[in-house]
Design a protein around this ligand. Structure first.
Ligand code: HEM
Length: 427
């Protein structure tokens, strides 16, 4: 077959399927062939051009005019017609949010809503993260085993996210189901029957988010970023529009915690599988911030993102027509040996690890990156200090939700000998 521009499609490009097989397990590894032989290729399975090399991924992120983020939250698997009726029932009206907004609106809004995300305004959340990490760990530290997703990594980022946004922290389990449905709905390949079940949850997610927002609009004096957004909407209704505020609410409820839960669990998994690195961190916790970046490079929680071309263009010599859809694979950029020395090695001393593409790059770069980093650092500080003898339960492997973009384990079993807990000897 040929691509839409008439170019022949190689057998590897034809076989590429981002919903199963090697790409699910390790997208950076799975695209090694492409980085070598066909760094930009058309995938008939999804109807996207796939961009795999570091410099190309960065160049696409950098130019958000030619490479618009408008399709960042588009359903990669179109919905069956019945799904529309379900969504209507819930008043679903998701339009642009920040992450898929074009200029000039995007920057005007981002500027108005940036303050709470600045490092000096995030520091006040650090004691709460530390306190929760200690409390949750207290519950299992004498037990000698734990399943860390349900007992640690899921709830703490969720609680912090809700606190940051100003949302009452009830219904954690429900929000978890909503976030999973949102991921599969947007980035997954559900069957038509699965689509309808997922759509039902997405509809409920929309309604729940908007009920919360209605309470905030009625009482806009509260603390937290969503309250701030509501107040900015009152001050600048033409910039922070009502539709924007409503769409943002649902999107941020997922973006603000799922990403951090997954990245934290991926980091612990990576380090415990690289025992020398783990032992060095236990010896020297000042290495933790650079280890966080290295883990985000090799095991980030977002592995691919999307853009659409607004004009005919070329990437690395490959012609792409206006309206061409791009899957830009950050996990592949993060393993590109044209940029990184020994990219397959976990090196907590790597001095350029922070150049990873996991938070995106340019005008849309993740606003919450310093919240994510802070949480990951504190979790690793607490685990290395209190459970340096922690091990992964042998023989476990995990499956990711089948989707193009989000990666994280659904279960993470660990064990240790409580008699060896350092605080027993040095409380
Ligand atoms: C955007 C990743 C945590 C809020 C993004 C983007 C990525 C990303 C890839 C798109 C970047 C682009 O288009 O260039 C991550 C990862 C996280 C994380 C890997 C955790 C490790 C968070 C948290 C929050 C957050 C904790 C909020 C509390 C946002 C927002 C945007 C964004 C508001 C849109 C920015 C814009 O379009 O201007 N994130 N994120 N993220 N993220 Fe995050």
């Amino acid at each position: 077959g040929n691509s839409p521009t008439g170019c022949p499609i190689s057998s590897q490009a034809a076989a590429f399927n981002p919903f199963e097989g090697p790409y699910q397990v390790d997208p950076g590894d799975a695209l090694r062939w492409a980085r070598e032989n066909e760094p930009v290729f058309y995938s008939p399975e999804i109807g996207y051009w796939v961009v795999t090399r570091y410099e190309d991924v960065k160049a696409v992120f950098r130019d958000n005019i030619l490479f618009s983020p408008a399709i960042a939250l588009e359903k990669i698997t179109p919905a069956p017609p019945e799904a529309m009726d379900i969504l209507k029932k819930y008043g679903f009206d998701m339009r642009r949010t920040m992450v898929n907004e074009d200029e000039p609106d995007h920057m005007a809004r981002r500027r108005l809503l940036l303050d709470d995300f600045l490092p000096e305004n995030l520091a006040k959340h650090e004691p709460a993260v530390r306190k929760l990490a200690r409390q949750y760990m207290d519950r299992f530290i004498e037990r000698g085993e734990a399943e860390l997703i349900s007992e640690f990594f899921y709830e703490i980022p969720l609680t912090i996210a809700l606190h940051f946004l100003g949302v009452p922290d009830e219904g954690a389990e429900q929000l978890r189901q909503f976030a999973v449905a949102h991921t599969l709905n947007t980035w997954g390949r559900p069957t038509p029957e699965e689509q309808l079940k997922i759509t039902e949850k997405v509809g409920r997610f929309w309604k729940t988010a908007n009920d919360i927002l209605d309470d905030m609009i009625a009482n806009p004096d509260g603390e937290g970023w969503m309250y701030e957004t509501v107040r900015q909407h009152f001050k600048h209704p033409d910039i922070v529009t009502e539709s924007y505020m409503r769409s943002m609410m649902m999107a941020i409820l997922a973006a603000a915690h799922e990403t951090t839960s997954n990245a934290s669990a991926n980091a612990l998994w990576t380090l415990l599988n690289n025992r020398d690195a783990w032992d060095e961190l236990c010896e020297n916790p000042s290495l933790i911030p650079s280890a966080v970046e290295e883990c985000l490079r090799v095991a980030g929680s977002i592995v691919a993102w999307r853009r659409i071309t607004t004009d005919d263009t070329e990437i690395n010599g490959v012609g792409i027509p206006k309206g061409g859809k791009l899957l830009i694979v950050q996990a592949s950029a993060n393993k590109d040996d044209r940029y990184w020395e020994n990219p397959d090695e976990i090196d907590i001393y790597r001095d350029n690890a922070v150049d990873h593409m996991t938070f995106g790059y340019g005008a849309h770069q993740c606003m919450g990156k310093n919240i994510g980093r802070m949480e990951m650092r504190i979790f690793l500080e607490e685990f290395t200090r209190r459970l340096p003898h922690l091990r992964l339960l042998p023989g476990q492997s995990f499956e990711n939700l089948p989707n193009t973009s989000f990666r994280g384990p659904d279960k993470l079993f660990v064990e240790w000998d409580p008699a060896q807990n350092p605080e027993k000897h040095d409380p």
